[in-house]
Ligand binder design. Sequence first.
Ligand code: ADP
Length: 225
Amino acid sequence: MIEVIGLSKQYGNILAVDNINAKIERGEFVFLVGPSGAGKSTLIKLLVCEERPTSGKIIVAERNIAKLLPSELPYYRRKVGVVFQDFKLLPQKTVYENVAFALEVCDATRAEIEDKVPKILDLVGMLKRRNNLPSELSGGERQRVSIARAMIHNPKILIADEPTGNLDPVNAWEIVDLLERVNNLGTTIIFATHNKSIVDRLKRRVILMKGGKIVSDRIKGGYAI
Ligand code: ADP
């Protein structure tokens, strides 16, 4: 499903990602860990085509996305949902409108929006809060809405960059449960985190980066970050 081959990204004289190779199969749940400055965010930016590699290939669903044309990017980005630590919700829009907006910008019909948005809000447990503004929600609820927005195009891959970083432990675990549920529905998950207790408890694959390199890749083992 995802394969990176000899992937590097250089900023000036800094090699943020240094010749990495990895393969992630369809339906996997993978943690991406490592100290600050290890290259995790850069790798994520490369995977979502926000940055272009200096060298190497990123094969997603059999295409080298490093070679996508600008006109192809919007279509690619619908296949890859992204969730951030700081939610990135539109503050003046309600829960419903925030999720609907992701469809509106893709010219979805009103009927499609009215069909899909309640279903995805129900999946993340936010249907009852559909008319609330982000400022009226807890951090965990805001993250649920941002997961709903990321899932609205039914992406094959969901990338979560420190999704629990701003949450207290109870809310963090609820978000982890939700991401596991999304994974059980068939979506491949890449979960970048500093939270050792989450990584240890879930016993999933752990890719550890340091200095731009993958220094370990362990399947289903606890890992000391
Ligand atoms: P992580 O997400 O693991 O903390 P990053 O990918 O953000 O690591 O950073 C990896 C390295 O690349 C760091 O040394 C960082 O300073 C550098 N870096 C990241 N983005 C840029 C950029 N846009 N310009 C210059 N250097 C960058």
